[in-house]
Design a binder for this molecule. Sequence first.
Ligand SMILES: [Zn+2]
Length: 112
Amino acid sequence: MKIKYRVNDQVKISTGKDKGKTGKIIQVLPELGKVVVDGANIMYKHLKPRRNNEKGQRVQFNGPIDASNIALVCPKCGAASRIAYKISAGKGEQADKKIKNRICKKCSEVID
Ligand SMILES: [Zn+2]
């Protein structure tokens, strides 16, 4: 599954318990179609004590979020937007290559 989002993208969660929350992508999981957003979808994992005199630990982590449940916060216009692609010809030495840029659907600015 192709994911349009990248690590360090600022995104807004559009559904679920973290609806409206914004955060930065810290991991992209293309094989699952999911991303991990810093501070969102907080989950807990309980670790059992390894010895009798130890307490069990509760470890907090960010659970993955379906990529369809987030929107990019455009760094240019600040709106939560969908991502589109723009294909353009390269410049200079890259002239024979096509360059694919992500653009904001709201303001049409190149995001990268
Ligand atoms: Zn924009």
